[in-house]
Each structure stands twice: as C-alpha cells, then as structure tokens.
Design a protein around this ligand. Structure first.
Ligand code: PLP
Length: 229
C-alpha cells in the first residue's frame, strides 16, 4: 500500500469513527514520522499532511531544514531538559510535558524569545509500563501549577497513550478515563491557557480513541508501515 492510499484509508476511518462518537468533535491527524525516511514523508506532505510528530530532538532539527516552513512539528516523545533550547523555535506543540523541571526550562527558553509555547500535559493513563507522565491523581494540580507559575507556557490539553492491546477494544477504558480527566481540567481556572485538545489514539486504537473524544490522533505505522530502528 502507498503512503497516499494509507492516509486516505485512515481519514475515511477517522470520519466514520467521528460519526459514531457522541462528542461531534473535530479531529486532527498527526503523521508520526520517527525513523521515516525523507521520501515517504514527502509523499505524506503531497497527500496533504501538514502535521508531523517526532520523538527525537535530533531528527526534528535535521528534518526541519529539509521541509517547507508550513509544516507543523509536534514533539511527542520524552524531552530532555537540556535539549529544549534546540527545538523551542521549531516545534508547534510539545505533547510530552510531564514534569516540573521540564516546564521550568520550556518557560525560560520561550521567555527568552518572547513567545509562548503550546504544550499538552502527558498523563500516564495505564499507571504502569511507561514511567512517563503525570498520574491521573496529580495531573490537574500539575496543570494548575504550570498555569500559575509559567506564563510563557500555554497549556492546550492532555496527551496519553493506552498500553498496546492485541484486542484494541480493551483500550477503551483508558480513553474514557482520559476524557473524564480532560472534562475536569476544562473547569479549572487556567488563565491564558485553554483545554482544547485531547491527544489520544495511535495506529492500533485511533478509532476507539475518536469514539471516546480524541481531538488529535498520532498515527505512524498505519501510514508509513513498520518502522526500521
Ligand atoms: C511512535 C508513537 C506514536 C505512533 O505509533 P504507531 O503505533 O506507529 O501509530 C504515537 N505517539 C507516540 C508518543 C509515539 O511515540
């Protein structure tokens, strides 16, 4: 299957999932391009994709130079504090804000450039496996803390990853939990931040995530095929 056909197929399935969802939300597709070679990324761009997700700072730095400036780069993986300075001018949104030290650094680097950085707070919804992300219990306090103390960060929502399940239906409970947390977060006093995005759903489970209220899905394998590490 070609990249173009894969994208068309995924967009169709996204549309169908939206019809089944009771939230009538808009959903954005981010093409996850980690390890993906230039040629395939160009194919995705030609098929209309303007949002690329990467998990490594080095790859963003390299690819940023090679692609048109209209591309929006999303940092979706663990971000080391000492690397924030390399991407602060390049990324559209950081999906993996998961700790105070990182928030502090993002705020500092954004302030130096007189900008505000859009971020999502990463929540560890499965509470196991991956160590990254705020716990469900602490996530809302963390959101409020950032909004109070880091004026150059604009929180735009939450991000989460369900554990991989052979039977993707089993991921649904994680997404309903995230949706509930997201709705609670909207009721907080957030200053200049706003809770507009719920970034949940990957190749294996994006349809279920959309049914449960996702507004951003991050799809890699489904578009580009298996990754070669
Ligand atoms: C790799 C990755 C994805 C995409 O995973 P696929 O299963 O290939 O769609 C999405 N989100 C994050 C955070 C990732 O690291």
């Amino acid at each position: 299957m070609s990249v173009e056909k894969n994208i068309a197929e995924i967009k169709k399935k996204m549309e169908e999932a939206k019809q089944r969802s009771r939230y009538h939300q808009d959903v954005k597709l981010i093409a996850v391009t980690k390890t993906v070679e230039h040629e395939k990324m160009i194919q995705a761009y030609r098929a209309g994709i303007l949002d690329f997700g990467e998990n490594r700072v080095q790859e963003i730095q390299k690819k940023y130079e090679l692609f048109p400036k209209e591309i929006r780069w999303h940092l979706i993986g663990t971000l080391q504090t000492n690397k924030v300075k390399y991407i602060i001018d390049k990324v559209h949104m950081i999906h993996s804000l998961d700790r105070d030290s990182l928030a502090k650094e993002i705020d500092k680097r954004a302030r130096e450039r007189s900008k505000s950085m859009d971020c999502l707070v990463q929540v560890n919804i499965s509470q196991e496996g991956s160590k990254h992300g705020q716990t469900k219990e602490e996530a809302l306090d963390f959101v409020e803390h950032i909004c109070r103390f880091y004026p150059n960060i604009r929180i735009r929502g939450l991000m989460g990853m369900a554990p991989f399940e052979e039977d993707s239906e089993k991921t649904r409970c994680y997404f309903t939990d995230m949706k509930q947390l997201f709705e609670e977060a909207k009721t907080l006093n957030l200053g200049n931040s706003e809770m507009s995005h719920l970034s949940i759903g990957m190749t294996n489970d994006y349809e279920i995530a959309i049914e449960e209220g996702s507004t951003i899905v991050r799809v890699g394998t489904g578009i580009f095929g298996r990754r070669n590490y």
